[in-house]
Design a protein around this ligand. Structure first.
Ligand SMILES: [Zn+2]
Length: 485
């Protein structure tokens, strides 16, 4: 059930997501830069950050804090439930019975593995279903995030289960082949198999797996596409690969991601972002995603996961040997290479990964902050970044404590991201208005009112840049795209 989510969490370096009113008219909620965050002689990044955070109404802050804090507890409940499920499979002898059945059905090893695996996946998914239903369907709707009907959600879950049977089955077959052939050094071969599987997952996810759940189309709107492609070309990124995904099918969250590697890379922005954000916000997000791409984050993430995998498998080998010596006969498990040992391996693996959550989160958070800094330099939209961070903050606690951020956050907190943006702005105040407005203006495209917080210039003023036609200075509101000349 969790395969797609795991692959995505690991390898789709998503910027994030936010709730909101699906299909809300952007023009009704045009963002403006708070007074203390406007460029000027006394610009102070701390005060500017506080001013941005203060624009969020208290009830909205309370709601996103509650959503995030509930998520921390759900991490624990999910871990405890799966641990209890695996212990039940072992101690009640279900795992041994499932193995006996697989051995009765066929003598052909790969089919035995598949028969056991299907039983294992169906039983564990069934036990964990109520929590998944609450967490991923009811709770998402309760917080205004989910847009799916129950039928649509169940359909996606079923697809995930089938993918888990096929891809997970291949992995488990490979793992037990290794376990049978290399009794002592299986942890080395097993970690190699895991790393290769993660890499293959990263390779095929954008092309073969993600399209099973959503429709991906090339971004066609020149008013949005052209500024993104200019930024992509300027940063050495193959320039035709910007995709839009119909994420509004499942959620109201705003997000974008970069996924794939070795030629399957693609930068994708979701349709909620396209609908709810202004062009400077979109550019800030795309600058961040391009950062993941240029900084080779998929490769460094695989390297990091490789190191984690080897350590985890070394511990897995010792702990499973100890547990089997102690309880193996009572659970009717013949050895670690017996299929019935799978719940034990999953229990130990799940526990180690749960304990390592702060470490893996911190690695991801570090990459995300690198991408933020790259994005600020590439897009030069500190206010766009701050404004879109507030949108992400609709579902993510904006101002957590230091320890809370280290343990639970796989992205920098809203406060940190806005502060980084304001720090960048403070160092670029000199002549920044002119540079910012020139960068923002997409050339050769019509002014789109839904993409700018400023009114589009009227026909008679079309020869003038929108930023100078507007009553506010370029820095008090986000500059508008120019009308084509
Ligand atoms: Zn990111």
């Amino acid at each position: 059930m969790r395969l797609h989510r795991v692959v995505c969490a690991v390898l789709c370096l998503a910027l994030g997501a936010a709730p909101g009113r699906a299909g809300a008219q952007v023009a009704d909620t045009l963002p403006t830069i708070p007074a203390a965050a406007r460029a000027g002689d006394h610009f102070d990044p701390e005060a500017a950050t506080d001013a941005y955070l203060a624009t969020v109404p208290p009830d909205q802050r309370a709601r996103s804090d509650a959503y995030s804090e509930g998520g921390y507890w759900l991490l624990l409940w999910n871990f405890l439930l799966s641990a209890a499920t695996y212990i039940l499979l072992l101690a009640a002898g279900w795992s041994a019975r499932m193995r006996d059945l697989a051995e009765r059905v066929t003598r052909f090893r790969p089919l035995q593995v598949m028969t056991y695996w299907i039983q294992f996946l169906v039983v564990t998914s069934a036990i964990e279903f109520p929590l998944a239903l609450y967490q991923n369907f009811y709770r998402e709707r309760q917080y205004g995030l989910g847009t799916q009907t129950l039928g649509g959600w169940l359909g996606d879950e079923l697809k995930t289960l089938v993918l888990g049977i096929v891809l997970g089955g291949l992995f488990v077959w490979g793992l037990y082949a290794v376990l049978r052939r290399a009794r002592r050094s299986w942890w080395m071969w097993g970690s190699a198999l895991t790393i290769v599987s993660l890499a293959v997952g990263a390779l095929i996810t954008p092309v073969y797996i993600a399209p099973l759940f959503n429709k991906y189309t090339k971004l066609e709107d020149p008013a949005v596409r052209e500024p993104i492609l200019r930024m992509a070309r300027a940063n050495g990124i193959p320039a035709s690969d910007v995709y839009v995904v119909d994420a509004s099918k499942q959620t109201t969250r705003v997000s974008a991601n970069v996924s794939g590697f070795l030629g399957t890379e693609r930068i994708t922005l979701n349709d909620n972002l396209l609908r709810r954000a202004t062009l400077p916000e979109i550019e800030a997000v795309m600058g961040h995603e391009m950062g993941h791409y240029v900084l080779n984050h998929v490769y460094t993430a695989l390297l990091f996961l490789g190191v984690v995998t080897v350590i985890v498998f070394a511990l897995l080998s010792r702990l499973s040997a100890w547990a089997l010596a102690r309880w193996g006969p009572a659970w009717r498990i013949r050895g670690v290479d017996d299929l019935a040992s799978l719940p034990l391996l999953a229990l130990i693996l799940g526990t180690l990964l749960f304990v390592l959550t702060p470490v893996t989160n911190s690695f991801t958070r570090m990459q995300e902050e690198e991408a933020d800094i790259f994005g600020l330099n590439a897009a030069r939209q500190p206010d766009g970044m701050a404004l879109v961070t507030l949108k992400l903050g609709e579902y993510r606690k904006l101002d957590p404590g230091h320890l809370e951020e280290i343990v639970f956050f796989d992205h920098p907190s809203g406060r940190r991201r806005i502060h980084d943006a304001m720090r960048w702005k403070a160092e670029h105040l000199d002549g920044s208005e002119d540079r910012l407005s020139r960068h923002v203006a997409p050339r050769n495209v019509a002014c789109r009112p839904e993409l700018t917080p400023l009114p589009c210039p009227r026909a008679e003023s079309s020869a003038r840049p929108a930023a100078s036609a507007a009553p506010a200075s370029a820095d008090t509101a986000i500059p508008a795209p120019r009308r084509s000349r």
